[in-house]
Design a protein around this ligand. Structure first.
Ligand code: XLS
Ligand code: NI
Ligand code: NI
Length: 450
């Protein structure tokens, strides 16, 4: 039985000239690029919480979105029906992956034992659906922030019994992720942060967070989970200060506590901008540490200071991000997970399709533009020229740590004042515009202005 009868079949690829709003213009899952399909390159994933649990509520009003499958009285049966609808959507939108929080997919019971039973039933159902459809689990995670027990954090809660509850919940979520062959497991900080230092021991809370992560890694290895662990940084919201502020903070934290070898980063566009960074910056910082893991694909609103989780169709921003991702060698076991939600008045099921079609098309287009830029190599050539003085002479000795202040002083005293060399920013931005323009196929080999 179809839950989405108005969209009869899978979204077709019709190419850039198509006027069909329910067709892909740039994302052709079957297209081969370097011997791999676009589906395999992009590894798109649907976020269960937004697309199947979000109903459009905001602090000023309740939900606006009503789905026909949300009927019945038994929460576990409703959860199964909802999941059937979700897998129908995954197939029709042609997404090879999905992601969940434990409490999105299965209803929380009156006790932890009952919650675990619900989760077992739903995971069994999900396993069948994955098998029947071929849709795979990109990552699982535990919701350690919605229930009031977590109001002061989970592993950073001042109360040890809450730490224990959270540990039990993550233990179960890891087992569920393993059962569904999840390729990654994510820790987003939830309420791991603080509101005021008047009631908070920051050092102790960070120690507890690290202890928790160590326990998670140990248990996962014990049960045979081979997937990648990911930290998803966010600077604020819900707490005023989140401990996993941004990628750089996360790297420092993981290295301090001996966790760096177990983790990479899941970078969310809107979290990057909330931290005062560009999306590309966060990707570069993670890549520089060899810790780029996965992407939560969305966008914020430059006029708003919170996590609006919108679908991203900003080709310039995505092309820059793609450049950094491709230069880093791609996402490996990660993917592009649409951690994005419909605006409150976008109440139709068609809106869910339009949103994802736009998101997938935008990323596929950015991927293609970025590949063209990299194969022409003009920006890379410019950048390597810019550092050429470190490829020879005393520059090289600086990089090899073979020279010190005394020798460098001698060199500086003997030389003339260094000559200013233009950074050519405006020129390079114009060049980028040529690639972004429709039909923006630059003829390669053009000499770069020096
Ligand atoms: C919230 C986060 C969350 C994580 C998963 O801001 O983006 O949705 O991705 O817990
Ligand atoms: Ni996210
Ligand atoms: Ni977010």
């Amino acid at each position: 039985m179809s839950h989405i009868p108005t969209i009869r079949s899978a979204i077709p690829f019709e190419g850039p000239t198509s006027k069909n709003a329910l067709a892909f213009k740039h994302y052709n899952p079957d297209e081969l690029v370097d011997g791999r399909t676009m589906a395999a390159h992009m590894r798109f994933s649907i976020a269960y919480w937004h697309s199947f649990r979000g109903a459009g509520s905001d602090p000023f009003g309740s939900g606006t979105i009503q789905r026909p499958w949300e009927t019945g009285t038994d929460p576990v049966s409703i959860a199964k029906k909802r999941m059937d609808a979700a897998f129908e959507f995954f197939q029709k939108i042609r997404a090879p992956f999905w992601c969940w929080h434990d409490r999105d997919i299965a209803p929380e019971g009156r006790t932890l034992r009952e919650s675990n039973k619900h989760l077992d039933k739903i995971v069994a159902h999900a396993k069948q659906l994955q098998k029947a459809t071929g849709v795979k689990l990109l990552w699982g995670t535990a919701n350690l922030f919605s229930n009031p027990r977590y109001m002061c954090g989970a592993s950073t809660n001042p109360e040890a019994s809450v730490f224990a509850y959270a540990a039990a919940q993550v233990k179960k979520a890891l087992e569920a992720t393993l059962e569904l062959d999840g390729e990654n497991y994510v820790f987003w900080g939830g309420r791991e942060g603080y509101e005021t230092l008047l009631n908070t021991n920051l050092k102790r809370e960070q120690d507890h967070l690290a202890a928790f992560l160590h326990m998670a890694v140990d248990y996962a290895r014990e049960i045979g989970f081979q997937g990648q662990f990911l930290i998803e940084p966010k600077p604020k919201e819900p707490t005023r200060h989140q401990y996993d502020f941004d990628v750089a903070t996360g790297i420092g934290f993981l290295r301090t506590y001996g966790l760096a070898k177990h983790f990479k980063f899941n970078i969310e566009t809107n979290h990057a901008t909330l931290a005062g960074h560009s999306f590309q910056h966060e990707i570069e910082v993670a890549a520089a540490a060899n810790m780029l893991g996965s992407i939560d694909a969305n966008s914020g609103d430059p006029l708003l200071g919170w996590d609006t989780d919108q679908f991203n169709t900003d080709i310039r921003e995505l092309t820059l991000a793609m450049l950094s991702i491709l230069k880093a060698g791609g996402l490996g076991a990660g993917g592009f997970n649409f951690d994005a939600k419909l605006r409150r008045p976008s109440v139709d099921i068609e809106d869910l399709f339009f949103a994802h079609i736009g998101g997938m098309d935008a990323y596929a287009l950015a991927f293609k533009i970025a590949r063209r830029i990299l194969s022409d190599g003009v920006f890379e050539e410019f950048v390597s020229q810019r550092y050429a003085s470190f490829d020879m002479g005393f520059g090289r000795e600086i990089e090899k740590k073979k020279i010190g202040f005394r020798e460098l002083e001698k060199i500086a005293l003997a030389a003339k004042e260094p000559k200013p060399i233009s950074g050519r920013q405006e020129y390079l931005e114009n060049l980028l515009m040529e690639y972004l323009a429709p039909g923006g196929d630059r003829s390669s080999g053009r000499a770069i202005a020096s």
